[in-house]
Each structure stands twice: as C-alpha cells, then as structure tokens.
Design a protein around this ligand. Structure first.
Ligand code: NAP
Length: 308
C-alpha cells in the first residue's frame, strides 16, 4: 500500500511537518532516523525558541513536538532510510532493517551531522576523549582539561558550557578572527576558565593507552608545531547535510544541501519536498527549521490536491 506522505527525519522540521500533515488527515509516516529528535537532543537550554521566556531544554522541546504529532495520528517508525528510489512514483524507501515504504509524496528533513577534522588519531579516539557533543559528554571531563576546536557560535557555546565541568577549556581556532556572533564571543571571552590558541591549525590527536593526551597544532604564522596537553577534544566545526542516502538523485549545492524552489519547499523532483537544515546552509535554527517543516507539509497538501 502506498502512503500519501512519508517524512524522513525528526528534528524540528520533521516534527512540524508531521504535526501539520497529521492535522490535514494525510496520515504521515515519519521515519525517525539515526538520531531521533535531531541536533536539539544534544543541546541543553534553548533560549531563542519563541514561546519559552525562561528557556526550554532541547530534548524536552523535541519530545513535546513528537507528542503533538502523535496526538493527531502521525505514525513514527524507528530506523533509518538506507536508500530511496525517486525515479518514479510512488517513491520507494528501503529501510536499514529490510522493510520498505512506498509513498506518493516525500518530505526530506534529515538535517545535518557534525563534521570532523579528519586528522590522524581523531576518529579512532571518538568516545575515548574525542567528542562532537559537549552536552552528551561534558560530564565525563570533570576537573579535566578540554580543547574545543572551532571559531563559530557552536564552539563558543560548547566551550562556555564545558567550563561547568573542566578545570580549563582552550579554544583552538584556525584563523586569528572568530566567526561567532559578538554576543557569543563576549560570553566566552568573559569566562575566566577559557584560554585561546588562535591562528593555529590542528594536525594530530595524541594519545596514550588509547585515551586522548593532547592535540598537536601548527601555528600558522611561524609554521612551528606544538602539542597542547588535554584529556578531552571537542570538535565543533560545523555540520554536513545528511543527503548521502539520496545518491545524487536530487539537486544539491556543492556541499550537499538540497536546493529547493525558493518560495516553496519543492525540489527538482515532482512530489519531493525538503525542509530544515538539510536544505538550509544559511539560517540553521530550530525555529527556521520548524517554519520550513510547516511549509513543506502545506506544499505536500496542495500538491496532493492538485493531482486529485
Ligand atoms: P560555523 O558557523 O560554520 O563555524 C564553524 C567553525 O569551524 C568556523 O570557525 C570554521 O573556521 C571552523 N572550521 C571548519 N572546518 C574546520 C576545519 N577543518 N579545521 C578547523 N576549523 C574548522 O558552524 P557552527 O558554529 O556550528 O554554527 C552553525 C550555525 O548555527 C551558525 O549559523 C550559527 O550562528 C548557528 N548557531 C547558533 C547558536 C546560538 O545562537 N545559540 C549556537 C550554535 C550555532 P573558519 O571561521 O576559519 O571558517
């Protein structure tokens, strides 16, 4: 049996699309993905989502969105879409457990995933001192030294958060100016536990007994290398859109973000819509993702009606 609409991915975009589609009686099937709830599951307080003057915890906000979608009949499926066939309708979605779904319309809201430095030592030490999620792993570094790599808002936010646990936090950035917004920079600069190593490129993660012991950096001005001792390394250098499973079937930009129509959420494939971070390299906020999820669902509704 073919579904009317399948939604791939469950961040603010997917959940909002599910709420709208369920209320429009489209009986959406929502594939939860690798990380149900998406990136907000990895944050603590969200202070800029309208309606929460005293902030809301990221996981609580996601749980509420899911419950709201379930209340109107959205059906959630645990698991990951391994491949999709968009060459003809109904589209086919093959799941990692061997099951599959057919659908007339598809909403892609698979978000984006943390990038790695791709330097020696890094990947083999994930979970042994290397992390991409301060909220998940900060607790393990009580009274230890931590390095945060990156110069954007995420790096400032994670470094500031990690000072709750660490004895000191060193921010390592590859340029001599930060990318982060002024307010986030100021917050980090005011924190007495944060040190700065600017204009330095990470070259290798050092270890002993299978645990992180340091990060070797090259100082860009002098070309000299230095190993900074640390027990924890948090890589906070941005995200990559989760579009690999599409295997080039949809138009994306050079980085892999899905290109939508502009005014609406339609992609270059009739019946396929995209919303949230997977189609947004610019704003990447929970509220903009939620807004685009609403748009995608309304676009699907109109598209289905136009075919009746
Ligand atoms: P971002 O703005 O893309 O910043 C990534 C940082 O990592 C940049 O400073 C970049 O250096 C550095 N970097 C990238 N690749 C690197 C590599 N291979 N080696 C070393 N450094 C590398 O990403 P983000 O900080 O995750 O933020 C993403 C978006 O979310 C932004 O729009 C941000 O404003 C937003 N955000 C907002 C909040 C908030 O308001 N509470 C919190 C977090 C994120 P260069 O500067 O040299 O390119």
């Amino acid at each position: 049996m073919s579904e009317k609409v399948v939604i791939l991915g469950t961040g603010p975009a997917g959940y909002t699309a599910a709420i709208y589609a369920a209320r429009a009686n489209l009986n959406p099937v929502v594939i939860e993905g690798d990380e149900p709830g998406g990136q907000l599951m990895l944050t603590t307080e969200v202070e800029n989502f309208p309606g929460f003057p005293d902030a809301v915890m990221g996981p609580d906000l996601m749980e509420s969105m899911k419950k709201q979608a379930e209340r109107f009949g959205a059906q959630f499926v645990f698991g990951r879409a391994q491949t999709v066939d968009l060459s003809h309708r109904p589209f086919t979605i093959a799941m990692d457990d061997g099951t599959s779904y057919e659908t007339d319309a598809l909403i892609i809201s698979t978000g984006a995933t943390a990038k790695l430095l791709e330097i020696p030592g890094e990947s083999e030490l994930i979970g042994r001192g290397v992390s991409t999620c301060a909220t998940c792993d900060g607790f393990f570094f009580k009274d230890k030294r931590i390095i945060v790599v990156g110069g954007g808002d995420s790096a400032m936010e994670e470094a500031t958060f990690l000072t709750r646990y660490a004895s000191e936090v060193t921010i390592v950035h590859r340029r001599d100016t930060l990318r982060a917004s002024k307010v986030m920079q100021e917050r980090a600069h005011k924190n007495p536990k944060i040190r700065w190593v600017m204009d330095a490129t990470p070259v290798a993660v050092e270890s002993a007994d299978n645990r992180v012991t340091g990060l070797t950096v090259r100082h860009n001005q002098t070309g000299e290398t230095e190993t900074l001792a640390t027990e924890g390394l948090f890589v906070s250098i941005g995200h990559r859109p989760n579009t690999e499973f599409l295997a080039g079937q949809i138009k994306t930009d050079g980085v892999g973000y899905i290109i939508t129509n502009g005014l609406d959420t339609a992609t270059n494939i009739d019946g396929v819509f995209a919303c949230g971070d997977v189609a947004d390299s610019r704003y990447r906020q929970a509220i903009t993702a939620a807004g685009s999820g609403c748009k995608a669902s309304m676009d699907v509704e109109r598209w289905l009606e136009s075919r009746e």
